[in-house]
Design a protein around this ligand. Structure first.
Ligand code: GUN
Length: 281
């Protein structure tokens, strides 16, 4: 069994980006919109900000109160869309209940949409055109590629069908030539899909959902879950049991999480290139 070390891969990517940017006299701007005071979101946006600082991307966290109106958020997005210093815009989710998430995500210019949540980018991914791809699923694919794991013709089972992770991951695997099943809340028996899969990806927020008897020998296991159990961060996979059967497995923490941050940095450079011309290769 080998560990898919997302932390190490993240550090390698970060180093490469840092070196690339150090030779260029460019000013790249990322704006992260944080609405309300969700404690997990607070941690995530700070991780994003620190990663930007490490590589030389200018990032700002725009904080809006949980009571802000939808139109005030839309106004802020409009001004960021028009701001020449800002190349990437990210709205941290979840948003407070009174704000229509779809409306907010559609307001972000698709050219600055480093999260890949705008319907134009969702559509580009589905039809296999170049666009912004959400950072977490992109991180999964890049982690597999970093370990030279072939995706083409593999049977993949994805557990979790969210717009942020499961659905874009489905398209990414399909575009890479895999055969993909996607399971969700209403799936009768997820083990029916996981048992035969070469690659199992799970991200639903249920600790120990995937157990050893649900995967085949030699399976590749990607754990996208983040749960707090007894003050410890764990994923959705029973790591102890499943790692005995897996050929590769991601740890939590230190697997997919850091890859998400790495892909945000890559997407921000992509946004810069899209807006300013291909200045960074
Ligand atoms: N909330 C949970 N995951 C994500 C993500 O990848 N991007 C944003 N913007 N919010 C999130």
């Amino acid at each position: 069994m080998k560990i898919l070390d997302g932390k190490k891969t993240y550090l390698d990517i970060k180093e490469k980006i840092k070196n690339k940017l150090s030779n260029k006299n460019v000013s790249i701007g990322l704006s992260v919109l944080l609405v309300g005071d969700d404690p997990a979101s607070e941690i995530y946006v700070n991780m994003k900000k620190n990663a930007c600082r490490d590589v030389g991307i200018n990032s700002e966290i725009v904080r809006l109160s949980s009571e802000v109106s939808e139109s005030e958020v839309l106004e802020k997005i409009d001004s960021l869309n028009k701001d020449d210093k800002i190349h990437g815009i990210l709205v941290q989710l979840p948003l407070p209940k009174h704000i229509n998430e779809a409306k907010i995500l559609q307001a972000v210019s698709h050219k600055k949409d480093v999260d890949g949540f705008h319907p134009y980018n969702v559509g580009d991914l589905v039809i296999g055109e170049d666009g912004f791809v959400p950072a977490t699923p992109l991180g999964v694919i890049e982690l597999l590629k970093a370990y030279d794991i072939e995706i083409k013709s593999k049977d993949v089972a994805i557990i979790g069908a969210s717009n942020i992770v499961g659905k874009p991951l489905f398209s990414l695997f399909l575009n890479e030539g895999a055969t993909v099943s996607i399971c969700h809340k209403r799936t009768k028996d997820i083990s029916h899909y996981t048992k035969y899969a070469d690659i199992v990806c799970v991200g639903v927020g249920l600790p120990n959902l995937i157990k050893a008897d649900m995967v085949k020998d030699g399976a590749i296991i990607i754990d996208i879950g983040i749960n707090k159990v007894d003050k410890k961060i764990v994923g959705d996979v029973d790591f102890e049991g499943v790692s005995k059967k897996a050929s590769y497995i991601t740890p939590v923490p230190g697997g997919v999480g850091p890859m998400t941050i790495a892909m945000l940095l890559e997407n921000t450079i992509k946004a810069f290139n899209l807006i300013e011309g291909e200045l960074i290769d």
